[in-house]
Design a protein around this ligand. Structure first.
Ligand code: DQA
Length: 153
């Protein structure tokens, strides 16, 4: 049984009511249900959210210690948290996939959102597809695991 950690940063606990014109009207429970429906058999989805940078970093350390793939929406931390970047780098440098996701397309929004300090250490980035960004990230993780398993044979 493999777990995928789905980590969400600040303000994403307000999904569903926060700026629905930008983020849609579905909440984190809907995200959990979507990913559970998309996950192949044997994959467990662990969706978490925090407004606290240290907690988010602790979850990334946990991913390193347990070799758990990560889908990360760093939210506003995307744009300025070097601490989170360094923690994310520990994940990918350990050979564990970490996909950065965004519900909106930050590049189509205010200038300060055009910079991600996380992208340079992420395995890949998916943005702009609403909650489907997470489903696409899950698919990318599952496909890369399948490819790695085939290469091992
Ligand atoms: C976001 C985009 C960020 O710019 C913003 O601060 C968020 C959400 C997104 O999912 O589109 O909180 O990461």
């Amino acid at each position: 049984m493999t777990t995928v950690l789905v980590l969400n940063g600040p303000n994403l606990g307000r999904l569903g009511s926060r700026e629905p014109d930008v983020y849609g009207d579905q909440d984190l429970d809907a995200l959990r249900a979507l990913l559970e429906a998309e996950a192949p058999q044997g994959i467990t989805i662990d969706v978490r959210q925090t407004d606290d940078e240290a907690t988010l970093m602790g979850w990334l350390f946990e991913a390193v210690d347990t070799t758990t793939p990560v889908i990360l929406n760093p939210a506003a931390f995307t744009h300025y948290s070097y601490a989170l970047r360094d923690a994310a780098a520990m994940v990918t440098k350990a050979g564990i996939p970490l996909v950065e996701v965004h519900i909106s397309n930050p590049h189509a929004r205010e200038e300060f959102r055009h910079t991600s300090v996380i992208s340079g250490v992420a395995t890949g980035v998916i943005a702009g597809f609403g909650l489907d960004s997470y489903a696409l990230a899950l698919s990318a993780i599952v496909r890369s695991r399948a490819a790695a398993t085939r290469a091992d044979r």
